[in-house]
Ligand binder design. Structure first.
Ligand SMILES: NC(=O)c1ccc[n+]([C@@H]2O[C@H](COP(=O)([O-])OP(=O)(O)OC[C@H]3O[C@@H](n4cnc5c(N)ncnc54)[C@H](OP(=O)(O)O)[C@@H]3O)[C@@H](O)[C@H]2O)c1
Length: 263
């Protein structure tokens, strides 16, 4: 269902960083379904090309595929340059690395790779692209965070910290751009039923939602508030973790509820 108002507001192109698979595939699909052309970024070529072909065939939109490792220090500049001729109206930053394990036992390269992918690249990319987005009457930035950013996440310490950073970054950008046509949204899913998660967890995780549900619920909040947690169970968890519980109880609840699965 092409949506002329949506295209006018947030098109004609959207960049989905981490857009080939899982939740990112659902972001790409949601924008294509509404009639936007999609520039997709991911590391693996095959899923990238196949998602792009699928979007072109199903929704008659144009696509651009960029195979790039967002954990490389130069990724944001390479990507911005590669998109210099593309009329971007929206940017979704979905890619993330989540090295699991106890902090002092986790290889340092894995932690630093997560910091670059989840913090340095989106920060640098937005600094590059925001002036372009702000030249337009309307535009959008969506940052995909996580419930893991609402309290210290043992066994996912660095990942959780990067997700808290994204939330603060997005809130500040929302405030700085209140008077402009730029809509900023940080969405913080709980468990997402990606094929990976389904394979890793034997039982249903409370509050788990499909990638499509997360994307549609989040999009319905775009322009309404700076942050959003999809799903009632997850909203309750975010309130408990972020506002109600003493911090020592919040970190303990986070350890019990995530224990190796949710990221
Ligand atoms: N899964 C969950 O339960 C869950 C829960 C809460 C929040 N989230 C958040 O939701 C987002 C997506 O999660 P997901 O589980 O769908 O992730 P994913 O399957 O690991 O990756 C999603 C997309 O990002 C790309 N990607 C990952 N690392 C990349 C890199 N270094 N450079 C370029 N592309 C990269 C992947 O393609 P390639 O692998 O080919 O690069 C894929 O297209 C993340 O921000 C995550 O923090 C997920």
């Amino acid at each position: 269902m092409t949506d002329e108002r949506f295209i006018q507001k947030y098109g004609p192109w959207v960049l989905v960083a981490g857009g080939s698979d899982g939740l990112g595939g659902a972001w790409s699909e949601a924008f294509a379904k509404r009639g936007l052309n999609v520039a997709l970024v991911a590391r693996r070529r095959e899923p990238l090309e196949s998602k792009a072909k699928e979007l072109e065939a199903r929704y008659k939109v144009d696509t651009l595929t960029i195979s790039l490792d967002l954990s490389s220090a130069s990724a944001a500049d390479e990507l911005s340059e590669g998109l210099s001729g593309v009329e971007l109206g929206s940017v979704v930053y979905n890619a993330a690395l989540s090295p699991g394990g106890i902090f002092d036992k986790t290889p340092k390269d894995a932690l630093l790779g997560a910091l670059i992918t989840n913090v340095v690249t989106p920060t640098s990319l937005l600094r590059n692209l925001l002036p372009r987005l702000l030249e337009r009457d309307h535009s959008a930035v969506v940052l995909v965070s996580s419930l893991a950013g609402y309290a210290g996440s043992s066994s996912l310490a660095t990942y959780g910290a990067t997700k808290a950073y994204l939330r603060m970054l997005g809130e500040a950008l929302w405030e700085e751009n209140r008077a402009t046509g730029l809509d900023v949204l940080v969405t913080s899913p709980g468990a997402v039923t990606t094929p990976g998660l389904i394979a890793r967890s034997a039982k249903k995780i409370p509050g788990q939602l499909s990638p499509d549900a997360i994307v549609e619920l989040s999009l319905s909040h775009l322009g309404k508030s700076p942050t959003f947690v999809p799903g009632i169970v997850n909203q309750l968890a975010a309130t408990l973790l972020g506002r109600v519980l003493p911090r020592s109880s919040a970190t303990s609840l986070m350890r019990k509820s995530s224990s190796g699965i949710a990221n």
